[in-house]
Ligand binder design. Structure first.
Ligand code: PFF
Length: 451
């Protein structure tokens, strides 16, 4: 058997983890949430949710992954042999594959929109924006072809392996992604009327801080840091023994937050400058923004065309680096537990996610009337994962790390055999053992009650 691969350097670990974390969630959800839940006041709540609740879960997953040195299922088997914990391993193999299925549909939309902006379709004199999004996603073939292209790209990168595929891709793309979003921020801030968008993002409004806002902050922190689904665990299993788990966790959370804030400043000033009401989700990115590019296109056509291209390239790259982390979880499982060659593992996961993705794509068109618990398939899977599987997985990972693993093992991993972060071990262990699991439960139950 070929030896297990590792990431080559600290930079590589952080780029891969940040690549997983930074994705569509940062671009289409965070900016809107900030504006709706109280601007700077919400950012403070989000910071607390991120660093006090989400980061301990990140550490728990990292500790389990590096200690287990295996995929999610294998790590559970190694660290708690013969126990029911292997079900957590299986749950967290399944959830990222489900997320991959519908995430790839949206990834496909960004492929389509990139092509459209390259063809100047959003900015030319005869651009047809009105109703384009609704028409596109409800049609049969175009979104399926785009989804196929996207998932093929993901499969191609994952097929390259941990080092040559994932590491090389994220090491190149993540810095580029930051440059792209910074260019967008400058453009957006230079627009006349951008001030209102800035005020929307930063003006603190403490009256909007409710239990619902706290639940929203935690849910977003979870999704944004890719927690509870085994991606961080799997990536951590490729971290070398002498790397520092604390550094990679803090650097990932900080870059994720920084990117989300940059995305806010890239989007909202432009939205307000165009005099449009801000929205959230796919509508913000795929409906509102093309409209804005089109409007601005009347002033300097080539500039707004270029901005549209940069914008959809940013979304595509962010979605790709997240999607590869989702696919890697299942691929690691199939190749390590079922001993499949990597290419075959990639093929199986790709075909599964591709087929489920096609059904999700059709759920905006011909299958729109097929409802599961009142939702179309796409929304059902998104809610199932975001509202249930992620918090459940995160909760169980903290319980596993805090209560099932021996304290000595957790200490050994977190402090690299007592050589690093020794002073921080006690507070972090407390957060993992008590604060994070209780916090997840409280927020989860209150979200259920309030929704
Ligand atoms: N963190 C990604 C985002 O913010 O878009 C989403 C994500 C990636 C969720 C990987 C789950 C996952 F396993």
């Amino acid at each position: 058997m070929t030896p297990r691969e590792n990431f080559g350097s600290r930079f590589a670990v952080i780029m891969a983890m940040a690549g997983s974390a930074i994705g569509l969630g940062n671009i289409w959800r965070f900016p809107y949430m900030v504006g709706e839940y109280g601007g700077a006041a919400f950012i403070v709540v989000y910071l607390v949710a991120c660093f006090v609740l989400a980061l301990p879960i990140f550490f728990a997953e990292s500790i389990i992954g590096r200690r287990g040195r295996a995929d999610t299922f294998g790590s559970m088997q190694k660290l708690a042999p013969g126990t029911g914990w292997r079900w957590l391993g299986l749950l967290t193999v399944l959830s990222p594959i489900i997320i991959l299925s519908y995430y790839s549909v949206v990834g496909g939309w960004s492929v389509e929109y990139l092509f459209k902006s390259l063809a100047f379709d959003f900015t030319g004199p005869d651009a047809r924006i009105d109703g384009f999004f609704g028409h596109f996603i409800s049609s049969v073939w175009e979104p399926i072809i785009a989804h196929t292209l996207f998932i093929a790209l993901v499969a191609g990168i994952v097929l390259g392996g941990v080092k040559k595929g994932i590491e090389t891709f994220t090491k190149i793309c993540m810095p580029v992604l930051f440059v792209l979003v910074i260019v967008l921020v400058f453009y957006s801030l230079s627009l006349p009327g951008a001030g209102k968008g800035i005020a929307y993002l930063v003006k603190p409004d403490f009256s909007k801080l409710s239990a619902q806002a706290a639940a929203a902050a935690l849910g977003q922190a979870f999704f944004s840091l890719s927690l509870g689904v085994g991606t961080i665990l799997t990536y951590a299993s490729y971290i070398r023994a002498d790397e520092n788990i604390l550094t990679s966790g803090v650097a990932t959370a900080a870059s994720d937050l920084f990117f989300a804030i940059l995305a806010g400043f890239a989007i909202m000033p432009a939205v307000f400058a165009a005099g449009i009401a801000p929205g959230t989700g796919p509508g913000l990115v795929f409906e509102t923004l093309p409209f804005i590019f089109n409007r601005m296109g009347t002033a300097i056509p080539w500039l707004s065309a270029l901005v549209a291209i940069i914008f959809f390239l940013t979304i595509l790259v962010a979605a790709l680096t997240s999607a590869i982390s989702m696919m890697e979880v299942g691929v690691a499982y199939l190749s390590e537990e079922k001993k499949l060659p990597r290419w075959r593992a990639v093929l199986y996961i790709t075909v599964f996610a591709w087929v489920v993705g096609i059904l999700c794509s059709l759920s905006f068109g011909p299958l729109a009337n097929v409802h599961i618990l009142g939702n179309n398939l796409f929304d059902f899977l998104d809610k199932l994962c975001s509202n249930w599987m992620l918090p459940l997985g995160g909760f169980l990972f903290t319980v596993f790390c805090g209560w099932k693993m021996s304290k000595a093992d957790v200490y050994d991993e977190f402090t690299n055999g007592g050589t690093k972060n020794r002073n921080l071990f006690r507070p972090v262990y407390f957060l993992i053992r008590y604060f994070a699991p209780i916090g997840i439960l409280v927020v989860f139950v209150s979200a259920l009650l309030f929704s």
